[in-house]
Design a protein around this ligand. Structure first.
Ligand code: ZN
Length: 180
């Protein structure tokens, strides 16, 4: 089932999400939520989604990028699901690139992010994993983890001078129909 995506202004998007209990993976409701988050992300052509964007204040994120029309030219990566994720290492080096957000539809902004990060999380089966992220995938995981802590990409921008409507963004880069 595709769930409604909450937009900036919704109080839940500004709150830190709570950790899932150790036995969460035995709860069928958790797996239904994950399934619905994947459908919602794909339905909205997103590359990532945090549980509080669909009204659940728990630490779950999904991400996937398969030649995405909202992010043309970015490297694809396969579907990933993480519970209780945290970044345990960050590269000193940062890179700036354009980001949008399904909870702030119709805008893009330049956001500096760590070039590489190391993530510790639990899989939907409850197994501990540690993974290094680089490039666009590292950007997406940082964006989604920010959601779980109540932050938006606009909080990470150096200033709002690059923030623009998608209509202007498409003109600037001569993209055809980069979707919101
Ligand atoms: Zn977002």
């Amino acid at each position: 089932m595709i769930l409604p995506i909450t937009k900036i202004g919704s109080p839940l998007l500004r709150k830190k999400c709570s950790k899932l209990p150790e036995n969460f993976f035995r709860d069928p409701k958790f797996h239904t939520l994950v399934k619905n988050m994947i459908l919602t992300m794909r339905g909205a052509r997103g590359v990532g989604l945090a549980a509080n964007q669909v009204g659940r204040g728990i630490q779950v994120v999904v991400l996937e990028c398969q030649s995405n029309r909202r992010y043309p030219g970015r490297k694809s990566f396969s579907l990933q699901i993480y519970a209780n994720p945290r970044i345990v290492e960050r590269s000193k080096k940062t890179v700036s690139d354009w980001e949008g957000c399904l909870s702030i539809p119709g805008y893009r902004g330049l956001v500096p992010r760590h070039k590489e990060v190391v993530l510790e999380a639990l899989t939907p089966e409850g197994a501990k994993i540690k993974r290094r992220f680089a490039g666009f995938e590292a950007r997406v995981i940082q964006h989604e983890l920010d959601h779980l802590n109540g932050f938006f990409y606009i909080d990470r921008m150096k200033n709002l001078k690059s923030w623009m409507c998608l209509e202007e963004f498409n003109k600037k880069f001569r993209y055809h129909k980069v979707l919101q």
